[in-house]
Write a protein that binds this ligand. Structure first.
Ligand code: GDP
Ligand code: MG
Length: 198
C-alpha cells in the first residue's frame, strides 16, 4: 500500500503518493549486475571486478509520472545478487516481495544469454504474481566482441515477455532508461481502479 502524504492546504501538489518497490538483478556472475547498479545509483563505474559477497541493497528515489500525469515518488530498493560461480541458488529472501526483475546477460558471452531462461523461471516458480521483467544485454561498449545476434535476443525477449535494453555500465548507455522503465511499469500497475488522489 502506498503512503499518502498531505501537503498544507493550498499547496498545488496537495498530495504525493509514495511507493516502496523492491526489484532485483539476476544473471550469471560477471555479466555486470553490480556495475549496472553502481552506474544507476551513483553514476560510477569500476574496472576492478569485485565479487559480490552477501546481499547488497541500494536505494534510489525516483519521481515518476503517474497515469494521470501527477508525480509519484518511488523508492526503489535494488537488490544485488550473491555471486557463486558453482551455484545458481538464490535464497528465498532475495526473491520475497520482488515486483520487478532486471535479468542481465553479457553480449560477449553466449552462455550467459542461454541462462536467462533459468534466471527468469527461478523467480516465477510457485509465485502467484508476475514481476515486470526487463532484459539487459550488457557490455555494448565491447562492440567487436559481440556474440549474440539481435534475432536471438528478440526471440528470447518475446518468450520471456520482457522489454529489451542494450546497455553498458561502462558508458552508461541505456542504464537510466532500463531502471526508469522498470519504475514506470511498477507505478502504472498501481494506477488502476482503487488507486486514488485525494
Ligand atoms: P556481476 O557479477 O554481474 O555483479 O558483474 P560486475 O558488475 O561485478 O562486473 C563484472 C566485470 O565486468 C567487471 O570487471 C566490470 O568492470 C565489467 N563490466 C561490467 N559492466 C561492463 C560494461 O558495460 N562494459 C564493460 N566493458 N565491462 C563491464
Ligand atoms: Mg556482482
Amino acid at each position: 500500500m502506498p503512503t499518502i502524504l498531505k501537503y498544507p492546504q493550498g499547496d498545488k501538489r496537495s498530495v504525493v503518493v509514495k511507493y516502496n518497490k523492491k526489484i532485483c538483478l539476476l544473471g550469471d556472475e560477471g555479466v555486470g549486475k553490480s556495475s549496472l547498479i553502481k552506474r544507476f545509483v551513483f553514476d560510477q563505474f569500476d574496472e576492478i571486478y569485485q565479487r559480490t559477497i552477501g546481499t547488497k541493497i541500494s536505494k534510489k528515489d525516483l519521481m515518476i509520472q503517474g497515469k494521470d500525469g501527477k508525480p509519484v515518488q518511488l523508492f526503489l530498493m535494488v537488490w544485488d545478487i550473491i555471486g557463486h560461480k558453482s551455484s545458481k541458488k538464490v535464497p528465498a529472501t532475495y526473491y520475497a516481495g520482488v515486483e520487478g526483475i532486471l535479468v542481465v546477460f553479457d553480449l560477449t558471452r553466449p552462455e550467459t544469454f542461454a541462462d536467462l531462461d533459468y534466471w527468469v523461471n527461478s523467480i516465477m516458480v510457485d509465485k502467484n504474481y508476475s514481476p515486470v521483467v526487463a532484459m539487459l544485454g550488457n557490455k555494448s561498449d565491447l562492440e567487436g566482441q559481440r556474440k549474440v545476434t539481435d534475432e536471438q535476443i528478440m526471440t528470447t525477449a518475446t518468450k520471456l515477455n520482457a522489454k529489451y535494453f542494450l546497455t553498458s555500465a561502462r558508458t552508461g548507455q541505456n542504464v537510466e532508461e532500463a531502471f526508469t522503465y522498470m519504475g514506470k511499469e511498477l507505478v502504472l500497475r498501481h494506477s488502476g481502479p482503487g488507486w486514488s488522489w485525494i
